[in-house]
Every structure is written in structure tokens, then in C-alpha cells.
Design a protein around this ligand. Structure first.
Ligand SMILES: [Mg+2]
Length: 286
């Protein structure tokens, strides 16, 4: 009798644990789609001796890429929710995309190739009726319905705002701002200039920490979506408007999301004459 009771209690406990881990039939699949170039990786066009020491570099075909800071933690956070699916959508060739994703590993040893729900490549872009000589992102567009038909539960992170099939789908694109080139320290930008070079410490710092900030955005938006029953893309897109990613500027909201995830590493190099602690305080109110 004692054993029967024990077995019944054990079975009930196991079932309730299983129910907690397995999404119920009512839980919709939710999708996060990442663009690849300049969103999860930054191409290093002129590798310096300093950058070549960095363990976050990967070589794919004949190019060197920096895996943007915070990516693995962000992916792991998304995957901690059983109904979440992660896909990648890039204008790059399929072979390149697969090799690149196979070289980025999570802490548990799985590669992004292994955890991906779908990988969309150049072959999966739709051809537009664009004038001869138009830019690549005008001639070809991403079609998010190839990932999921339930667009309410889908958001894509992209550094190109108009690389999408139509204005309806644009409502599901979270623009992360035009990407700047990766520099190990802000000091390395000295003597360089150009459209893609960080103009000041704030820009450099935000460019490096974008995925950390977006992880904070996701946590809050996901919770709101689940608790209040609001479509996931809506809770995410609303927060895009809270940030100044397009202008490469920190604001209060960016700082809040950043602080949810990461504290400042005070050992990192900083601009001449300014302590990293001072800089951090002025930037994000520490
Ligand atoms: Mg891109």
C-alpha cells in the first residue's frame, strides 16, 4: 500500500514536471530570426596583430569574422524557452552560411548549425523588379513567411532595414542600426575615419554591446508576450522604438536593458585620460 502511494505520488510529480518543460498545445511557436553579416558576425577586413589574438575570430572560406559579443549567451537565453525557434536568414551563399554557423559553438558544445530551426540563404531570397544597377538589397529581398506563416510570433534582427519583401513584413524586423566595423579598443580607431568607423567611445561601446542590449530587450518582451498574451513580434517591435540603435546612441532604456545582462568589465582598455569606471558612469549611470 505504502509503495502504491509512493508510486502514484512519484508519477503525478513527474507528469507535472514534464508539463512544465513541454510547451502545451496552446503555446504558439515563437521565432527569432537572425541576419548573419554584421548582425551576429562582423567581417574583419584588415586583421591587425591585436585582433588576430582574439579567440572570437573564425575563418570561413577566405574571410575572417569576429563573432559579436554576447551572441552565445543570447542564443542560450532564447533556447531556454521550449517553444522558441531560432533561424538565420542571410543573403550569403548557403555553403558559406552553413560553414560559418558550424563554427560558432554554444557553451554546451552545440553549434548554431545544430540548433537552427531553418537556415535561409541567397537561394531563398525573392527576386524583385528593380532597375538595372540597383543595390543587392533592392534586387533581392528576404521573405519571412518562409520561416513561419504565423508572423505575429516572429521577429528578425537585421542591420539592413529595407532588406525585406514588403512593408507588412517590415513590421517584424527589429532594426539594430547600421553596423560599424569591429575594433578591439576605441584607441584602435585613432587615425582612421569613414562611414563605418565609430566616431566616439559611446558609439564604439554600443556597437560592441548590441547583442547584450538585445538580450535584455528579449527577456522583457518575451515575459510581456507570455504574461499578457500580446503577440511576441509586437512586444519586441515596441521596444525597438525605445532604443536609439539607428543613431548609435545610448539612452536610459538602452542602459536598463544592458544592465539586466552585463556589468561593466572595468579591466577593458579605455580612452586616454578617462578611467573606464568614469566612462561607464557617464554612459550608463553606474
Ligand atoms: Mg546584415
Amino acid at each position: 500500500m505504502k509503495w502504491t502511494c509512493f508510486l502514484i505520488i512519484f508519477a503525478l510529480f513527474s507528469c507535472s514536471r514534464l508539463a512544465q518543460r513541454t510547451p502545451s498545445a496552446k503555446t504558439p511557436e515563437r521565432h527569432v530570426v537572425f541576419d548573419i553579416d554584421w548582425t551576429i558576425v562582423s567581417e574583419i577586413k584588415k586583421p591587425t596583430p591585436e585582433i588576430l589574438k582574439n579567440k572570437r575570430l573564425i575563418k570561413v572560406q577566405d574571410k575572417t569574422y569576429y563573432v559579436n559579443e554576447g551572441l552565445e549567451e543570447f542564443i542560450a537565453e532564447i533556447l531556454s524557452h521550449p517553444e522558441m525557434k531560432i533561424s538565420f536568414y542571410s543573403g550569403g551563399e548557403s555553403i558559406r552560411n552553413q560553414e560559418l554557423l558550424s563554427k560558432i559553438k554554444l557553451k554546451d558544445g552545440r553549434s548554431l548549425l545544430q540548433i537552427a530551426y531553418k537556415i535561409m540563404s541567397k537561394e531563398d531570397l525573392v527576386i524583385m523588379d528593380a532597375p538595372v544597377g540597383a543595390r543587392f538589397s533592392e534586387r533581392y529581398k528576404k521573405d519571412l513567411t518562409k520561416i513561419s506563416k504565423d508572423m505575429d510570433q516572429l521577429i528578425m534582427f537585421d542591420d539592413t532595414p529595407n532588406f525585406i519583401k514588403n512593408s507588412e513584413q517590415a513590421e517584424h524586423v527589429f532594426f539594430i542600426g547600421k553596423a560599424l566595423e569591429h575594433y578591439e579598443t576605441f584607441l584602435e580607431t585613432e587615425g582612421t575615419s569613414g562611414e563605418y568607423v565609430p566616431k566616439n567611445y559611446d558609439e564604439w561601446f554600443l556597437n560592441n554591446k548590441k547583442l547584450v542590449v538585445l538580450n535584455g530587450v528579449f527577456r522583457e518582451a518575451y515575459t510581456e508576450s507570455v504574461e499578457d498574451g500580446i503577440p511576441f513580434s509586437e512586444t519586441m517591435k515596441k521596444r525597438e522604438g525605445f532604443l536609439n540603435m539607428a543613431d548609435h546612441e545610448w539612452n536610459n532604456q538602452t542602459s536598463i536593458y544592458f544592465k539586466k545582462i552585463q556589468k561593466i568589465d572595468f579591466s577593458r582598455p579605455h580612452p586616454k585620460g578617462v578611467s573606464c569606471q568614469q566612462m561607464a558612469r557617464s554612459l550608463i549611470g553606474f
